[in-house]
Design a protein around this ligand. Structure first.
Ligand SMILES: [Zn+2]
Length: 264
Protein backbone atom coordinates (compact mmCIF):
# COMPACT_ATOMS: atom_id res chain seq x y z
CA UNK A 1 0.00 0.00 0.00
CA UNK A 2 1.21 3.46 -0.85
CA UNK A 3 -0.46 6.50 0.74
CA UNK A 4 -0.30 9.95 -0.85
CA UNK A 5 -1.46 12.71 1.48
CA UNK A 6 -2.27 16.08 -0.08
CA UNK A 7 -2.98 19.31 1.78
CA UNK A 8 -5.79 21.20 0.04
CA UNK A 9 -4.67 24.77 0.90
CA UNK A 10 -8.25 25.69 1.84
CA UNK A 11 -9.30 27.55 5.00
CA UNK A 12 -10.63 24.30 6.55
CA UNK A 13 -7.17 22.77 6.03
CA UNK A 14 -8.34 19.44 4.55
CA UNK A 15 -6.07 16.54 3.73
CA UNK A 16 -7.05 14.39 0.73
CA UNK A 17 -5.70 10.88 0.29
CA UNK A 18 -4.86 8.64 -2.60
CA UNK A 19 -4.45 5.08 -1.33
CA UNK A 20 -2.76 2.94 -3.94
CA UNK A 21 -2.09 -0.75 -4.47
CA UNK A 22 1.50 -0.86 -5.67
CA UNK A 23 1.07 -4.17 -7.51
CA UNK A 24 -2.01 -3.38 -9.57
CA UNK A 25 -1.68 0.43 -9.59
CA UNK A 26 -5.36 0.71 -8.63
CA UNK A 27 -6.27 3.38 -6.09
CA UNK A 28 -8.89 4.68 -3.71
CA UNK A 29 -9.53 8.40 -3.31
CA UNK A 30 -10.57 9.25 0.22
CA UNK A 31 -12.69 12.35 0.93
CA UNK A 32 -11.91 14.24 -2.28
CA UNK A 33 -12.34 18.00 -2.00
CA UNK A 34 -10.47 19.04 -5.14
CA UNK A 35 -11.33 16.29 -7.63
CA UNK A 36 -9.08 17.71 -10.35
CA UNK A 37 -6.10 17.78 -8.02
CA UNK A 38 -6.66 14.14 -7.07
CA UNK A 39 -7.04 13.10 -10.71
CA UNK A 40 -3.78 14.88 -11.53
CA UNK A 41 -2.03 13.24 -8.58
CA UNK A 42 -3.19 9.77 -9.64
CA UNK A 43 -2.02 10.35 -13.19
CA UNK A 44 1.34 11.73 -12.11
CA UNK A 45 1.90 8.70 -9.84
CA UNK A 46 0.65 6.17 -12.40
CA UNK A 47 -2.44 5.03 -10.51
CA UNK A 48 -5.93 4.40 -11.80
CA UNK A 49 -8.69 5.51 -9.42
CA UNK A 50 -11.24 2.72 -8.94
CA UNK A 51 -13.06 3.81 -5.81
CA UNK A 52 -14.14 6.96 -3.97
CA UNK A 53 -14.79 6.65 -0.24
CA UNK A 54 -16.24 9.37 1.99
CA UNK A 55 -15.71 9.18 5.75
CA UNK A 56 -18.81 11.34 6.24
CA UNK A 57 -21.22 13.68 4.52
CA UNK A 58 -19.79 17.16 5.17
CA UNK A 59 -19.26 19.17 2.01
CA UNK A 60 -15.51 19.50 2.43
CA UNK A 61 -15.20 15.69 2.32
CA UNK A 62 -17.40 15.02 -0.74
CA UNK A 63 -17.11 18.04 -3.03
CA UNK A 64 -14.66 16.35 -5.39
CA UNK A 65 -16.82 13.21 -5.84
CA UNK A 66 -18.57 14.24 -9.11
CA UNK A 67 -15.38 15.26 -10.90
CA UNK A 68 -13.56 12.05 -9.94
CA UNK A 69 -16.58 9.86 -10.73
CA UNK A 70 -17.14 11.49 -14.12
CA UNK A 71 -13.50 11.09 -15.13
CA UNK A 72 -12.92 7.54 -13.83
CA UNK A 73 -16.30 5.84 -13.41
CA UNK A 74 -15.26 5.04 -9.84
CA UNK A 75 -18.08 4.10 -7.47
CA UNK A 76 -18.77 6.18 -4.36
CA UNK A 77 -18.92 4.27 -1.10
CA UNK A 78 -19.93 5.67 2.29
CA UNK A 79 -21.74 4.54 5.44
CA UNK A 80 -25.06 2.88 4.64
CA UNK A 81 -26.95 5.65 6.43
CA UNK A 82 -25.10 8.30 4.41
CA UNK A 83 -26.72 7.09 1.20
CA UNK A 84 -29.39 9.77 1.44
CA UNK A 85 -26.96 12.44 2.60
CA UNK A 86 -24.30 12.15 -0.11
CA UNK A 87 -25.31 12.34 -3.78
CA UNK A 88 -24.83 9.24 -5.97
CA UNK A 89 -23.56 6.80 -3.37
CA UNK A 90 -23.23 3.37 -5.03
CA UNK A 91 -22.66 1.23 -1.96
CA UNK A 92 -23.57 1.65 1.68
CA UNK A 93 -20.87 0.40 4.04
CA UNK A 94 -21.64 -1.50 7.22
CA UNK A 95 -19.43 -1.64 10.32
CA UNK A 96 -16.88 -4.42 9.91
CA UNK A 97 -17.11 -4.50 6.09
CA UNK A 98 -13.81 -5.25 4.37
CA UNK A 99 -12.95 -3.20 1.32
CA UNK A 100 -10.67 -4.99 -1.15
CA UNK A 101 -8.94 -3.46 -4.13
CA UNK A 102 -5.91 -5.19 -5.61
CA UNK A 103 -3.83 -6.04 -2.55
CA UNK A 104 -5.48 -3.30 -0.44
CA UNK A 105 -7.55 -4.45 2.52
CA UNK A 106 -9.40 -1.83 4.58
CA UNK A 107 -11.80 -2.50 7.41
CA UNK A 108 -14.74 -0.18 8.01
CA UNK A 109 -15.04 1.14 11.57
CA UNK A 110 -18.27 2.94 12.42
CA UNK A 111 -17.23 5.94 14.53
CA UNK A 112 -20.26 8.20 15.14
CA UNK A 113 -19.74 11.42 17.05
CA UNK A 114 -18.63 14.02 14.50
CA UNK A 115 -21.72 12.92 12.56
CA UNK A 116 -23.86 9.79 13.07
CA UNK A 117 -22.67 8.24 9.79
CA UNK A 118 -18.92 8.73 10.18
CA UNK A 119 -16.60 5.86 9.30
CA UNK A 120 -12.86 5.42 9.81
CA UNK A 121 -10.87 3.01 7.66
CA UNK A 122 -8.42 0.65 9.29
CA UNK A 123 -5.64 -1.23 7.51
CA UNK A 124 -4.64 -4.05 9.81
CA UNK A 125 -0.99 -4.89 10.38
CA UNK A 126 -1.12 -8.23 8.57
CA UNK A 127 -2.48 -6.51 5.47
CA UNK A 128 0.32 -3.93 5.28
CA UNK A 129 3.63 -5.64 6.05
CA UNK A 130 3.07 -5.37 9.79
CA UNK A 131 2.18 -1.66 9.86
CA UNK A 132 -1.41 -0.82 10.88
CA UNK A 133 -2.85 2.39 9.44
CA UNK A 134 -5.91 4.41 10.43
CA UNK A 135 -7.65 6.91 8.16
CA UNK A 136 -9.55 8.77 10.84
CA UNK A 137 -11.53 11.43 8.92
CA UNK A 138 -12.91 13.97 11.40
CA UNK A 139 -13.03 11.56 14.35
CA UNK A 140 -9.43 11.71 15.57
CA UNK A 141 -7.07 14.54 14.71
CA UNK A 142 -3.48 15.03 15.72
CA UNK A 143 -3.73 16.19 19.34
CA UNK A 144 -7.55 16.44 19.35
CA UNK A 145 -10.93 14.86 18.68
CA UNK A 146 -13.26 16.09 15.95
CA UNK A 147 -15.97 18.57 16.85
CA UNK A 148 -19.58 17.56 17.43
CA UNK A 149 -21.20 20.82 16.39
CA UNK A 150 -22.50 20.00 12.93
CA UNK A 151 -24.90 17.12 13.47
CA UNK A 152 -22.69 15.28 15.95
CA UNK A 153 -22.99 13.99 19.49
CA UNK A 154 -20.20 14.16 22.04
CA UNK A 155 -21.31 11.07 24.00
CA UNK A 156 -21.25 9.02 20.79
CA UNK A 157 -17.81 10.44 20.05
CA UNK A 158 -16.62 9.28 23.47
CA UNK A 159 -18.05 5.79 22.81
CA UNK A 160 -16.32 5.69 19.43
CA UNK A 161 -12.99 6.57 21.06
CA UNK A 162 -13.39 3.88 23.71
CA UNK A 163 -14.81 1.09 21.57
CA UNK A 164 -13.10 1.68 18.21
CA UNK A 165 -9.87 3.65 18.71
CA UNK A 166 -8.63 2.69 22.16
CA UNK A 167 -8.05 -0.98 21.20
CA UNK A 168 -5.81 -0.07 18.24
CA UNK A 169 -2.08 -0.72 18.67
CA UNK A 170 0.47 2.01 19.39
CA UNK A 171 2.23 1.43 16.04
CA UNK A 172 -0.87 2.48 14.08
CA UNK A 173 -0.07 5.30 11.65
CA UNK A 174 -2.63 8.10 11.77
CA UNK A 175 -3.96 9.88 8.67
CA UNK A 176 -6.57 12.46 9.77
CA UNK A 177 -8.96 14.51 7.61
CA UNK A 178 -7.47 17.91 8.44
CA UNK A 179 -4.21 19.53 9.45
CA UNK A 180 -4.96 21.13 12.81
CA UNK A 181 -1.92 19.86 14.67
CA UNK A 182 -0.30 23.17 15.67
CA UNK A 183 -3.56 24.64 16.97
CA UNK A 184 -4.48 21.43 18.73
CA UNK A 185 -1.11 21.20 20.47
CA UNK A 186 -1.58 24.78 21.68
CA UNK A 187 -4.96 23.77 23.11
CA UNK A 188 -3.48 20.60 24.64
CA UNK A 189 -0.91 22.76 26.37
CA UNK A 190 -3.66 24.78 28.06
CA UNK A 191 -5.03 21.53 29.52
CA UNK A 192 -1.75 19.89 30.56
CA UNK A 193 0.94 22.55 30.74
CA UNK A 194 3.62 20.34 32.29
CA UNK A 195 3.54 17.67 29.58
CA UNK A 196 6.99 17.72 27.96
CA UNK A 197 5.75 15.81 24.90
CA UNK A 198 3.41 18.67 24.02
CA UNK A 199 6.21 21.24 24.02
CA UNK A 200 8.51 18.77 22.27
CA UNK A 201 6.10 18.35 19.35
CA UNK A 202 5.26 22.05 19.28
CA UNK A 203 8.95 22.76 18.71
CA UNK A 204 9.25 19.98 16.13
CA UNK A 205 6.40 21.21 13.92
CA UNK A 206 6.40 24.97 14.46
CA UNK A 207 8.27 25.73 11.23
CA UNK A 208 6.63 22.97 9.17
CA UNK A 209 4.33 23.71 6.23
CA UNK A 210 1.11 21.65 6.21
CA UNK A 211 2.45 19.41 3.43
CA UNK A 212 5.41 18.50 5.61
CA UNK A 213 3.58 17.71 8.84
CA UNK A 214 4.76 14.42 10.31
CA UNK A 215 2.66 11.26 10.19
CA UNK A 216 2.21 10.37 13.83
CA UNK A 217 1.43 7.02 15.44
CA UNK A 218 -1.36 6.35 17.91
CA UNK A 219 1.34 5.64 20.48
CA UNK A 220 2.70 9.15 20.01
CA UNK A 221 -0.81 10.63 20.10
CA UNK A 222 -1.35 8.89 23.43
CA UNK A 223 1.50 10.96 24.89
CA UNK A 224 -0.04 14.39 24.16
CA UNK A 225 -3.61 14.15 22.84
CA UNK A 226 -5.85 15.09 25.79
CA UNK A 227 -8.76 13.08 24.35
CA UNK A 228 -6.60 9.94 24.63
CA UNK A 229 -5.39 10.89 28.13
CA UNK A 230 -8.62 11.04 30.13
CA UNK A 231 -6.99 9.26 33.08
CA UNK A 232 -4.17 11.79 33.34
CA UNK A 233 -4.27 13.30 36.87
CA UNK A 234 -2.94 16.69 35.69
CA UNK A 235 -5.80 17.03 33.18
CA UNK A 236 -8.42 16.05 35.77
CA UNK A 237 -6.88 18.30 38.39
CA UNK A 238 -6.94 21.32 36.12
CA UNK A 239 -10.59 20.66 35.20
CA UNK A 240 -11.52 20.30 38.84
CA UNK A 241 -9.89 23.63 39.72
CA UNK A 242 -11.93 25.40 37.06
CA UNK A 243 -15.18 23.44 37.42
CA UNK A 244 -15.50 22.13 40.98
CA UNK A 245 -18.94 20.63 40.30
CA UNK A 246 -17.74 18.58 37.31
CA UNK A 247 -17.71 14.79 37.58
CA UNK A 248 -14.35 13.26 36.71
CA UNK A 249 -15.39 9.96 35.18
CA UNK A 250 -13.95 9.45 31.68
CA UNK A 251 -17.09 10.56 29.78
CA UNK A 252 -17.28 13.73 31.91
CA UNK A 253 -13.65 14.58 31.20
CA UNK A 254 -14.09 13.90 27.48
CA UNK A 255 -17.23 16.07 27.30
CA UNK A 256 -15.60 18.92 29.22
CA UNK A 257 -12.49 18.86 27.02
CA UNK A 258 -14.58 18.93 23.86
CA UNK A 259 -16.63 21.84 25.17
CA UNK A 260 -13.49 23.76 26.12
CA UNK A 261 -11.98 23.12 22.69
CA UNK A 262 -15.18 24.50 21.09
CA UNK A 263 -14.83 27.71 23.07
CA UNK A 264 -11.07 28.00 22.82
ZN1 LIG B 1 -16.68 17.11 8.93
Amino acid sequence: MKVFRRFMHNPLRNFNYLIGCEETKQAIVLDPLDGDAMLALAEEQGYSIRLIINTHEHHDHIEGNPVVKAATGAEIWAHENAVNRIPDVDRGLKPGDRIELGSLRLKVLHTPGHTPVHVCLLVEAEDNNGVPVLFSGDTLFNACAGNCRNGGNVDEMYDSFVSQLQPLPDETLLYPGHDYMKNNLAFAETREAGNAMISHWQKQVESFAPDDMPVMTLGQERTYNPFLRLHEPAIKHRLQEEFPALGLADPDVFRALRQLRDQW
